[in-house]
Design a protein around this ligand. Structure first.
Ligand code: SF4
Ligand code: SF4
Length: 332
């Protein structure tokens, strides 16, 4: 009888990436440990990637990734989304605050976010523990979080360069919407600050998006939204506009992940840990930085895990939400 054992050798990091990986006393510096893996104590995140100010240990690895992107003509052109965001004029802060009820501000700011290009929007109170340990707290006690769906057919080409370009296009849409929304808030006389990926640099966006009702954390370390699955990007705006919080949307994605191994099996460097891990005092799904990043930087920011996640397939999420609700009812 033929054996079904997988004989493909495991993926190995490239020599040039290994050479760039930081070392301390001859040993590779672990980004996962910097991230707070294994820490029982709750503490603010420490920067580990996407920083250009020399504050991260893995800066050379990040620049290697950016060099790879710039070497591809189309990917290099797609990076110009940052210039387009930069070029949007900034509105002046109106001298007087417009007056509205909290209920109306919630409705108006959500409509302004949708008009700015967001596909979904949620609101929560900003938590100081979402700010990186070396950065000041952003303006305002509220945060408006926006979601921007990818084109699924392009994303599923991951880790092809087309998928990377699609990701950058959505970061462009997300960044522009955040800037338009800050302008709208300024014109109404309130303070605000735009936070956009992937280089938001000073705040974590995923915990805010979860608190704002945009989805649950998946085993692949990205979010799962009840409509888009994992097929979306985020941006957000903090503000002192008087708002009210949405509630987290718990629709069964976390439970689904407990029994699903699709992303774990699809990840070439085996970076997706099958069990939840203790990270900065919280037990949650966690992707091993030290395994993911060497593959990510040499393979167009990868994205295989979000492309293969069954929730990402258009038209599937609704069915899965229904199945998880029935399952929950049966289990009481
Ligand atoms: S991005 Fe790629 S390497 Fe990183 S966890 Fe996802 S599948 Fe694995
Ligand atoms: S592929 Fe499966 S385990 Fe991975 S995030 Fe999606 S549902 Fe969860």
């Amino acid at each position: 009888m033929a054996s079904s054992k997988n004989t493909t050798p495991p993926w190995q990091p490239a020599e040039d990436v290994l050479a760039l990986w930081p070392k301390q006393e001859g040993k590779p510096v672990s980004g996962s440990l910097i991230n707070g893996l294994g820490n029982e104590k709750v503490h603010n995140p420490v920067p580990v990637f996407w920083r250009h100010d020399g504050s991260i240990a893995h800066g050379e690895v990040m620049y290697h990734f950016l060099d790879q992107v710039d070497a591809d003509e189309r990917a290099f052109a797609a990076r110009s989304y940052k210039d387009e965001i930069e070029a949007i004029p900034v509105s002046e802060l109106a001298s007087q605050e417009a007056e509205n009820t909290v209920e109306d501000w919630v409705r108006l700011v959500k409509q302004a976010a949708l008009d700015a290009g967001a596909d979904q929007v949620g609101i929560c109170r900003y938590q100081p523990e979402w700010t990186y340990s070396d950065r000041p707290q952003p303006k305002g006690e509220w945060v408006v979080v926006m979601a921007f769906a990818h084109d699924y057919d392009t994303l599923k080409t991951a880790p092809d360069v087309d998928s990377l370009i699609e990701v950058m296009d959505q970061y462009g849409r997300a960044g522009k919407a955040a800037k338009y929304l800050t302008n709208w808030i300024s014109e109404n006389g309130f303070l605000s600050e735009a936070k956009t990926g992937p280089n938001s640099e000073d705040v974590l966006m995923i915990p805010a998006a979860i608190a704002a009702g945009l989805g649950e954390l998946g085993k692949h370390g990205s979010m799962i939204n009840r409509e888009f699955g994992s097929n979306f990007r985020l941006s957000m705006v903090t503000t002192d506009l008087p708002l009210a919080t949405d509630q987290p949307d718990v629709f069964g994605a976390d439970d689904f992940c407990l029994n699903c191994q699709i992303c774990t099996n699809a990840c070439p460097p085996v970076a997706i840990v099958p069990e939840k891990q203790l990270v900065r005092g919280e037990t949650k799904w966690y992707v091993d930085f030290d395994k993911c990043v060497p593959y990510f930087v040499d393979n167009n920011a990868c994205g295989i895990c979000i492309a293969v996640c069954p929730w990402s397939r258009p038209g599937i999420a609704d069915n899965l939400v229904r199945k998880m609700a029935i399952r929950k009812e049966r289990l009481g």
